[in-house]
Design a protein around this ligand. Structure first.
Ligand code: ADP
Length: 339
């Protein structure tokens, strides 16, 4: 992957390095030749003076063979040129290898990002396909059924509407995910947030689904302030609470805590539901990951996206998350945010 681009980038690095090197070598050659010529001139003049000869007698001097200065000069020039060529060849080889290595380092994060995007498009298409296929099949079957009555038609419409709702919540997830995972996070306004208020808002949002399962959200919230994006914090706590309720049996309460630890605020969501296996814990924050699909597929709105959004929000706030869980006993999600 990216082999062609890597070679192209290496070539571009090489062109720049070699242009500078060749230019520099030409300059060195020119200066060296001038210096050699000057040195030789001085040497010749000294030799003439030592032999007590006038300068015009130089070529006839028995002390110096004919063309001595010219031959030596040409040899020196040749030697300088050869050495410079060898040096340039060395630079070409070293910078070729270094350029190839650097090009790889430059392209690696881009390659990784593209690979991740490709995977996301494939996974997202797969998720969208399931409800779409269901709508298509049910509609086709209904259209073929000549004896379909209004009651049956309404049943099919109701079922299709449920699938449309799934598609809607999926696309909502995608939009939220892209909002948090885009590399430009400048759009988020950070301000002094009363975390207690934000956590209360999230809890209020989840009261209805909790009530449906006879679950009470037991709160213990301290007054903590943090430099944060309030909407994101509400979203984060909502995700954790939603999961706690979703993966708990009826009647099992959920504990929601907000405490201050030194320079940090800690938000804890504890449930006494089905729990997560130790092998699954490191994977649940990955996009589209559902621990034990057979178990979670029972849930209509389980897409494996909530926790990856939660993770992005925590990263946005330079926070940390830890999970403690045991199958059949429940899970505790603790988020640490700089307060
Ligand atoms: P979703 O809940 O939509 O499937 P998430 O990304 O929120 O997606 O969660 C990923 C998976 O982690 C879930 O499918 C579930 O298996 C597991 N999980 C998350 N929270 C809990 C919890 N509180 N109790 C048990 N399992 C959980």
């Amino acid at each position: 992957m990216f082999k062609k681009e890597r070679l192209k980038l290496t070539l571009q690095y090489l062109i720049i390095i070699m242009s500078v090197s060749v230019l520099f070598s030409c300059l060195v050659y020119h200066l060296s030749v001038q210096e050699v010529a000057r040195g030789m001139r001085l040497q010749i003049m000294r030799s003439l003076r030592e032999n007590d000869l006038p300068p015009e007698r130089f070529f006839a001097s028995p002390a110096l063979p004919p063309n001595f200065h010219l031959k030596t000069f040409e040899e020196a020039k040749e030697r300088i040129a050869t050495e410079l060529i060898l040096i340039n060849l060395g630079i070409l080889m070293i910078s070729g290898a270094a350029g190839y290595f650097l090009a790889g380092k430059t392209l690696f994060p881009i390659a990784q990002m593209l690979e991740e995007q490709k995977r996301f498009v494939a996974d997202a298409s797969h998720e969208l396909r399931t409800p779409l296929t269901s709508i298509k099949t049910e509609t086709e079957v209904a259209l073929r059924d000549e004896e379909l009555n209004v009651k049956e038609a309404k049943k099919i419409l109701k079922s299709n509407l449920e699938e449309v709702d799934k598609l809607k919540s999926l696309t909502d997830y995608f939009l939220t995910l892209s909002k948090y995972q885009s590399s430009i996070k400048a759009g988020f306004k950070f301000e002094k947030v009363a975390l207690r208020e934000a956590v209360e808002t999230a809890a209020a949002r989840l009261t209805k689904p909790a009530g449906k399962k006879k679950i009470k959200i037991k709160k213990s919230l301290a007054e903590v302030f943090a430099l944060a994006n309030k909407t994101s914090i509400v979203e984060l706590v909502s995700i954790l609470l939603d999961n706690a309720i979703k993966y708990s049996p009826s009647g099992k309460n959920v504990i929601l805590q907000l405490t201050k630890h030194g320079n940090h605020a800690q938000i804890t969501v504890q449930d006494f539901g089905m729990g997560i296996s130790q092998e699954d814990i490191p994977l649940i924050f990955n996009r589209f990951y559902r621990a034990s699909p057979a178990r979670t597929k029972i849930e209509a709105d389980s897409y494996g996206l909530g926790l990856s959004i939660a993770k992005s929000i925590i990263e946005l706030h330079h926070g940390k998350v830890s999970v403690k869980s045991a199958i059949g006993q429940g899970s505790t999600f603790s988020v640490l945010l700089p307060a």
